[in-house]
Ligand binder design. Structure first.
Ligand SMILES: [Zn+2]
Length: 496
């Protein structure tokens, strides 16, 4: 076999016709239209007479970002497919549309998010019908059905150049947005661009974000909620509000919020009798163990002393509420319980003095999960697992950083807010695509994989009579999935 023979007789010329290089973008664009998102955005954003419809432009910008656009000039990916997509706004028009949205201020942005929420009702109704319910929340090896899970988290977006209100913070220099994500569908529900110096546990911001996130849910998905917030985020105001939400008649709200390890908690931990620490479980519901240094020779032995459990959980509520010093939590809701998890620190982990002396690394959180909860959900190990699945919100943020969240285009703060809207709509469209039209591996794929397999698939546009047919390359391994996805999206009834 000649290693360089492949190019013999090969010529490269222009003049190909009907060739489409990002064929899968039609799935996202049609999804935006079929769910009513494009029309809703059109109604929310005034368009100049004779100019491009601003709802179409924002919806197309979201498709472009989902397809990999990182800066506004990348928007041309849509315009470059005019033969397929028809008249598409130019890059300068996309800029103008973002500027107009920014100029409309938070009032106009609220109309945009209201349009997204309305489309979500339609998308979720259809997705629920397709799957027999909203995807369950995974708690270790168990599935929690019928509960909608909202996770609140702050992230840092690094600015590589001077940007308005980009400020130094604990992770570098940039902005510090807050994001509320739905764990069931892995989609952003609410978001807030904040200056870089904004704290990660600013109560007022969390309260507003939480309210926006619940409003963003279809009413049918608001009755049974699980709300988690990581870090030492448990401000009095947030827990009080969660307690108020939980006390409403006809609603069920379970929260799980990070809690600070302060002097009273350290004192309580010191009093926990060793047997009260229960083994924690990992994502598969298994106890994580390793062999002790002085274990016997049989690697599979059943000697308790030969195995070291890596993490434990215990409840501190009793010690804090009924200690000799009286109720140390009396200013907090009666239903609030405090839990602690301890782990063997990784080599090189940063430990507090307390942790260094003690040999464990601690994380604390509070929950209103009732002490008489029956079954697996009432067990310490699963109460811990239910808090720790919080890490999945980071999935939304990680994939978000791959879809426009990682890079703000402008010096102007208002314009960056409008860009964040477009980026979050991009992430939402990708999650709806999975929920409504994809299966198997593709329904779990990251944006990068979806782009390669689906969004950037090559095709030929063939005309016959009045119809146009987009023919995905016959040899493309995911051609059938793309065709099936299109048919599923076409079958979504128009919103009434
Ligand atoms: Zn042994």
């Amino acid at each position: 076999m000649n290693a360089t023979g492949w190019s013999r007789g090969l010529e490269v010329s222009g003049g190909g016709t009907g060739v489409v290089s990002h064929a899968g973008l039609v799935l996202l664009r049609q999804l935006a239209d079929r769910t009513g998102l494009t029309a809703g955005l059109s109604a929310a954003l005034p368009s100049p007479l004779g100019g491009h419809d601003r709802g179409r432009v924002l919806s197309d910008l979201a498709c472009a970002i989902a397809g990999g656009a990182r800066v506004i000039s990348d928007f041309r990916v849509m315009g470059d497919q005019r033969e397929l997509l028809g008249p598409v706004a130019s890059v300068p028009t996309a800029w103008r549309a973002l500027k107009e949205t920014a100029a409309g201020g938070d009032h106009r942005r609220r109309k945009v998010t209201a349009a997204v929420s309305k489309a979500r009702r339609h998308a979720w109704a259809h997705g629920t019908a397709r799957h027999g319910g909203l995807p369950p929340v995974k708690v270790a090896d168990r599935k929690l059905e019928g509960v909608t899970c909202i996770r609140l988290d702050a992230t840092v977006v690094t600015a590589h150049s001077d940007k308005e209100l980009a400020e130094p913070n604990f992770k570098g220099y940039g902005h510090h947005p807050l994001i509320a994500a739905c764990d069931n569908t892995r989609e952003p529900l609410a978001w807030m661009l904040r200056p870089g110096s904004a704290g990660s546990s600013t109560a007022a911001d969390h309260l507003r974000l939480l309210d926006d996130a619940i409003t963003a849910l279809p009413p049918a998905s608001r009755r049974k909620l699980m709300i988690t917030c990581d870090g030492a985020g448990a401000s009095h105001a947030l827990v009080k509000e969660l307690d108020r939400l939980a006390s409403r008649h006809g609603y069920q709200v379970t929260y799980s919020v990070g809690w600070e390890l302060a002097a009273r908690e350290k004192a309580a931990i010191a009093k926990v009798p060793e047997p009260a620490w229960e083994a924690a479980v990992d994502g598969n519901g298994q106890v994580r163990e390793r062999r002790a240094d002085d274990a016997c020779g049989n690697q599979r032995c059943a000697h308790r002393e030969c195995w070291i459990e890596e993490a434990h959980v215990t409840e501190l509520t009793g010690l804090l509420r009924e200690g000799p010093g009286g109720d140390q939590l009396k200013s907090w809701p009666k239903t609030m319980r405090v839990f602690a998890r301890r782990e063997r620190p990784h080599p090189g982990a940063q430990l507090s003095l307390f942790e260094a002396a003690d040999g464990w690394r601690y994380s604390l959180w509070v929950t209103n999960r009732a002490a008489d909860t029956k079954g697996w959900l009432g067990q310490c190990a699963y109460i811990d697992a239910a808090h720790r699945v919080h890490a999945r919100v980071e999935d939304v943020i990680r994939t978000g950083k791959d879809t426009g969240l990682g890079h703000f285009p402008s010096h102007d703060y208002g314009l960056n807010k409008a860009w964040l809207d477009a980026a979050m709509i991009a992430a939402i469209l990708l999650s709806w695509l999975k929920l409504l039209a994809l299966d198997g591996d593709l329904a779990r794929a990251e944006p990068k994989t979806l782009r390669y397999r689906v969004l950037h698939a090559a095709a030929r546009l063939v005309r016959g009579g009045r119809r146009r047919t987009l023919k995905i390359a016959a040899t493309w391994p995911w051609a059938q999935e793309i065709v099936a996805a299109w048919q599923r999206i076409q079958a979504i009834p128009h919103p009434t």
